[in-house]
Design a protein around this ligand. Structure first.
Ligand SMILES: [Zn+2]
Length: 70
């Protein structure tokens, strides 16, 4: 499920976590050469991502787990 990014925070290891509109957090690591997200390492780069949509796998998992409800 796509959720808007409200802002960013860092976890205890210094990894950046996108705060999503649904209340979940999602890691957005800059981990070359596997994951290139150089934008997350700068204030300007992060601010450009606020308001964009990110896939939230936790929402998807919750939806699957609620199959048959209501
Ligand atoms: Zn979510």
């Amino acid at each position: 499920m796509q959720q808007a990014i409200l802002g960013f925070s860092q976890d205890e290891q210094g990894h950046w976590v996108a705060q999503l509109a649904c209340g979940h957090g999602r890691h957005v690591r800059h981990d070359p050469p596997w994951t290139l997200r150089e934008w997350v390492t700068t204030e300007q780069g992060r601010s450009q991502w606020v308001g964009r949509l990110l896939e939230c796998s936790k929402c998807d998992a919750e939806q699957l787990g609620q199959g048959g409800a209501a």
